[in-house]
Design a protein around this ligand. Structure first.
Ligand code: IVH
Length: 657
């Protein structure tokens, strides 16, 4: 008897979950509510009550489970497979035509383009398994992102259970953002300067309840899993699964049609509920994408066109001076706040004093400013006819605004510099740089925390970070056991690092991420780099004379030598960055359950060793790795005569047995 009763309740619970998901979809995605709020709340509460009374029917995919009451401790890392790429972009029609010309050199078949809005949001990757939400990840560095599932689940537009019985993994990618309407409400309460930063900041909050309160949105524009033969069909399939896709996409028969659509969309985009900064043009026929191929950063089959940035007129209130990490002084224009393309602009960079002279800009001038995408707003001209005699000349500072030491200007430079090695602003910025994500990646030592450590005199130099203790950290108000442990753990973890990161973290002038990687390839250790001669450095591809001089000067400076010695004495272990290419150019597919690896582990191993991985067998597949209970991929591989290997044969390929 009890059993029948149980079944009835289970069915009712499942039915309620389905109905609520459906109402959510109509309300949030289609903007077409099926019932009024009162009816909806009644159903929702009925479900809540039943779930409370019958906890045996708990499901993490229930609409009641979208918002976790618990805070997140920290975000786990998760690899993207395939990598999350970016797009080449342009502002010019000519480059769009050139893009099409390039396509024509590798494609002889007929093809069409899709044109979609380029959403100005934060990129995410969403994974469903067997049609249920599995993970939501931030882009991170493109290879590895943060698992922000608990925050993504709060987005009511995104179904937790798909309206399909799709088996296996479904990977989709898109943008998370605040709608224009939502953002205008939020800025009444929060000090956000633009919608995109607000969205990416919100995604990284540790409190899903707060994330839910802010109300993020999502649209999907990319599908990794093979579902159909064209991009647009794939999008429609997603839509039928209940996934919110980019609205307003177009199919263009040729590049001239793309240009027409681009012009039309320039005004149409205002009717979209979110900010867009351009269009994305993609080849629609999916089989052509692999033929056209990829560069290391972006697909060659897609291109972004950005609309010219918006401009506006405002008044220059005063100029302040900022000290950079290397002592360069940058004048900053402080403006009468003005709202342009989705955000309030209060400041603009003036680069240097030459720029001030070139623009002939004075305090109280009316100026035209321009803002585009991520670029800091800049002043493009002064409106001379608006001058009324109240304008004041901007004078060059003579002392550093941070340390008060006299500034100097080298003969061959336009920049003013503070050369005081003990300048607090420079020390602060060097430490922030050292801890940053691409440098030593000390996760819990962000800008705010570094500022606090300096303010409480707990550190004076970079190596002091490695001498922090719990007792010292407790001197900062509100730092308790848990956060102190987190900080100390992330400092400890950073001690195991790579040569590339270590070089980059030193903040040598002109040595950015890319050059650090090159140096780490050419030199075996930091000692070797410190003692390198001119010829060896000069031999590195793309390195100029000035950079060689900077590197050599940096390592001749006794202060820097002491810094490196001090860091190494703090037990920093630098490993040479390894790059295996044993699987280069080989495309793998996996079927069945593996003995030694989880799916993600083996995918990572393939990618780390230079190979490629795909979800589906095709004529391009080189090997199918077969585990226990293989699925239909095995039949397809046999049909296409794809080589089938076991797990141990795969290990042999890696040189491991
Ligand atoms: S397709 C391989 N479509 O813009 C990358 N991206 O500037 C494929 N974006 O990283 C991306 N709207 O995060 C694509 N309709 C759209 C998009 C879009 C916004 C973002 C995306 C990408 C960035 C590149």
């Amino acid at each position: 008897m009890v059993k029948i009763n149980d079944n009835v309740i289970r069915e009712r619970i499942e039915q309620l979950r389905k109905i609520i998901e459906k109402y959510d979809y109509h309300y949030y995605v289609l903007n077409d509510p099926l019932i009024d709020d009162y009816e909806y709340d009644k159903l929702y509460h009925q479900l809540l009550e039943l779930e409370k009374k019958y906890p045996q029917f708990y499901s993490q995919f229930s609409p009641t489970q979208r918002v976790s009451e618990k805070n997140i401790e920290n975000f786990e890392k998760f690899s993207h497979n395939p990598r999350m790429l970016s797009l080449e972009n342009t502002y010019s029609d000519r480059e769009i035509l050139e893009f099409d010309k390039r396509i024509k050199t590798s494609v002889k078949d007929n093809y069409t383009y899709t044109v979609e809005p380029k959403i100005d949001g934060a990129a995410v990757s969403i994974i469903y398994r067997d049609s249920k939400f599995f993970k939501g990840l931030t882009r991170g560095d493109g290879n590895i992102g943060d698992d922000v599932s608990a925050n993504i689940k709060t987005i009511r537009e995104l179904p937790l259970v798909l309206n399909t019985e799709y088996k296996g993994e479904l990977i989709v990618r898109g943008e998370v953002f605040f709608t224009k309407e939502r953002f205008s409400k939020l800025i009444e309460k929060y000090p956000f300067s633009n919608a995109r930063n607000a969205a990416s900041g919100t995604l990284k909050l540790l409190a899903p309840k707060e994330v839910a309160r802010r109300g993020l949105s999502i649209r999907i524009h990319t599908v990794i899993t093979d579902l159909a033969s064209t991009h647009t069909e794939t999008l429609e399939i997603l839509k039928s699964f209940g996934i919110p896709i980019v609205e307003k996409y177009y199919i263009a028969k040729n590049i001239l049609e793309v240009l027409d659509i681009k012009e039309k969309f320039k005004t149409d985009r205002d009717t979209l509920p979110y900010e867009t900064d351009g269009i994305v043009i993609k080849i629609n026929q999916l089989y052509l994408r692999d033929i056209i191929g990829y560069t290391s950063k972006s697909p060659k089959w897609a291109f972004a066109f950005k609309y010219e940035p918006e401009r506006s007129i405002t008044k220059l209130l005063y100029v302040s001076f900022q000290v950079g990490r290397t002592g360069i002084i940058t004048p900053v224009a402080n403006l009468d706040p003005v709202y342009i393309s989705g955000s309030t602009v209060k400041r603009a960079t003036l680069h240097n004093f030459d720029e001030i002279e070139r623009l002939d800009i004075k305090i109280n001038d009316h100026v035209e400013i321009e803002k585009s995408g991520e670029i800091i707003p800049k002043i493009i001209r002064v409106l001379n006819d608006k001058r009324d005699g109240t304008e004041i000349k901007i004078s060059k500072p003579t002392i550093c605004p941070s340390c008060g030491q006299p500034l100097i200007q080298y003969e061959d430079e336009v920049a003013l510099r503070c050369i005081n090695k003990n300048c607090p602003a420079q020390i602060e910025l060097s430490i922030i740089h050292f801890c940053s994500k691409k440098a030593m990646n000390i996760e819990n030592l962000g800008e705010m925390m570094v500022k606090k450590l300096l303010q409480y005199d707990l550190i004076k130099t970079i190596p002091d970070i490695y001498r922090l203790t719990k007792e010292k950290l407790f001197q900062i108000p509100r730092i308790k056991e848990k956060s102190a442990n987190n900080i100390l753990n992330s400092i400890e973890n950073s001690k195991k690092t790579t040569l590339k990161r270590f070089i980059y973290s030193l903040g040598i002038k002109n040595v950015g991420e890319f050059l650090s990687e090159k140096l780490a390839e050419v030199f075996d250790s930091i000692d070797e780099l410190m003692n390198s001669d001119y010829e060896k450095l000069k031999g590195i591809e793309g390195i100029g004379d000035e950079t060689v001089r900077n590197i050599q000067m940096f390592f001749k400076n006794q202060g820097n030598i002491n810094l490196i010695k001090d860091l190494l004495s703090c037990k920093i272990k630098i490993e040479k960055d390894k790059k295996s290419e044993v699987l280069k150019g080989i495309l793998f597919v996996i079927t069945g359950t593996l003995k030694n690896f989880k799916r993600d582990e083996i995918k990572n191993i393939i990618i780390e060793n230079g190979g490629n991985f795909s979800e589906n067998v095709s004529t391009k597949t080189n090997y199918l790795i077969m585990g226990e209970n293989p699925g239909s991929k095995l039949d397809k591989a046999k049909k296409l005569k794809v080589k089938i290997i076991s797990e141990s044969e795969f290990l042999n390929m890696l040189g491991k047995r």
